[in-house]
Design a protein around this ligand. Structure first.
Ligand SMILES: Cc1ncc(COP(=O)(O)O)c(C=O)c1O
Length: 414
């Protein structure tokens, strides 16, 4: 029979025991064995995020009238974010609950602007490179747009010529990523924005991963092109706080170049007995904790703190790349930030991944060509040697490699 609500309540000590028990089989992220999902910048940062979250656990971002504190935190978070991404005096933004919501709203705004400007448009299209995040297809699916994906260039970045060839009168939004999730490379945003500008089209930069990482990496010498509002023609940018902002999950930012673009996501309703209802974002109730934690972590780390953490993540990536290179497993493309993927056509990457899985590592894959994927944070810093040692052992272990079924075997699950 299906589970029902227990007749009587259960004590907290018993619930705590069960909660701990339930997590025993989960991946061990604290030991650096999970290649994504977690963005850890140290115990102190986690403590600040947790404490701030708990202080505003019950407050609701839906009610700025009641909780002026949250409205102030959000305004300051947005201003700090915009200052990192070359926002101008006209730029605007809001906090959302995550990258998918930020992208969803950007797609909605682009669609509405395109339909208003070109009423004859049959079905608005989103034009994006093959490496763009599935959140765009999800948004297209929900909002009645057609996703159009173009092939990547040899370096795994967007190919502006392919995007140009696929541009149609129905293109409502053009997308570039900074960086794209699969290979961690930054698309040529200036070229893509130039295409959008020529057609007066909406250009979205998906900086969900790089928004709070790339500005610091560039300061430290990362060789990536301009990717934010410094590029003329960029209309909106998504940047996740719960990734490299290192704050509590449930926090992203969505920025707009001007107030007109921003206004497209506002929603107002007054035709019911309870009066005026207005939100900037998709959701209604918003966790006050997520807003307060973002504000607290940004102020706790400050520019110097983010720079310090970024430097360590970059050093971790370089150490992993060098070690893997020496094992005959080069990096795919030339990632400059926190994500990289490696692989070789001479090796069965599925078998290597299974060998690593058997040694306790959670493995993420990329396809075409096959590779193994890492999105790094400070949990990985102390285990680089261990990881490289295990890869070397897997490469030498005929038993592991004998199990491989060739390149077609890689099943790249998110
Ligand atoms: C490039 C990129 N965009 C968007 C997202 C979606 O973010 P979220 O999972 O917070 O909705 C991700 C998630 O990893 C991402 O890597």
């Amino acid at each position: 029979m299906a589970l029902t609500l227990p007749e009587q309540g259960t004590s907290w000590p018993e619930l705590q025991r069960r909660l701990e028990e339930a997590g025993r089989g989960d991946a061990d992220w604290r030991n650096g064995r999970v290649p994504m999902f977690i963005h850890y910048a140290g115990e102190d940062v986690l403590e600040v995020a947790k404490k701030a979250y708990l202080m505003y656990f019950s407050e609701n971002g839906l009610g700025p009238r009641a909780f002026a504190s949250l409205a102030t935190f959000e305004r300051e978070v947005v201003e700090m974010g915009l200052s990192l991404l070359h926002g101008g005096a006209e730029s605007r933004g809001a906090m959302t609950t995550g990258g998918t919501e930020s992208i969803f709203l950007a797609v909605k705004c682009a669609r509405d602007r395109a339909l208003a400007r070109r009423p004859g448009m049959a079905r608005p299209e989103i034009l994006m490179p093959r490496s763009a995040h599935p959140a765009f297809d999800k948004a297209a699916h929900f909002l009645g747009l057609v996703p159009v994906r173009t092939p990547l260039a040899a370096d795994f970045r967007a190919d502006p010529a392919a995007m140009r060839a696929a541009f149609t009168p129905d293109t409502a939004m053009v997308v570039g990523s900074a960086p794209a999730f699969p290979h961690g490379v930054v698309d040529p945003i200036p070229e893509i924005a130039a295409l959008a500008r020529e057609h007066g089209c909406w250009m979205h930069v998906d900086a969900c991963v790089g928004g709070y990482f790339a500005p610091f990496a560039r300061e430290l010498g990362a060789d990536i092109p301009d990717f934010d509002f410094a590029v003329e023609g960029v209309t909106s940018i998504s940047a996740d706080l719960h990734k490299y902002g290192y704050t509590a999950k449930g926090a992203s930012t969505l920025f707009f170049a001007d107030p007109e673009a921003f206004a497209l996501m506002g929603y107002y309703f007054d035709d019911w007995p309870r009066g005026q209802y207005f939100t900037h974002t998709l959701v209604g109730t918003r966790a006050g904790g997520a807003i307060a934690a973002a504000w607290a972590v940004m102020n706790y780390l400050g520019h110097a703190g983010y720079l310090r953490v970024t430097e360590r993540v970059l050093a971790t990536r370089r150490a992993m790349q060098q070690g893997l290179d020496a094992l005959g497993l080069p990096t795919l493309g030339r990632p400059e930030l926190s994500i990289f993927a490696f692989g070789s056509p001479a090796r069965d990457m599925g078998a290597i991944g299974r060998g690593l899985g058997a040694r306790g590592w959670t493995v993420g894959y990329v396809k075409n060509p096959d590779g193994i994927h890492h999105m790094l944070n400070l949990t990985h810093e102390p285990v680089v040697g261990q990881y490289l040692g295990d890869v070397a052992a897997v490469l030498e272990d005929p038993a592991t490699l004998a199990g491989g079924g060739g390149a077609g075997e890689v099943v790249a699950q998110y």
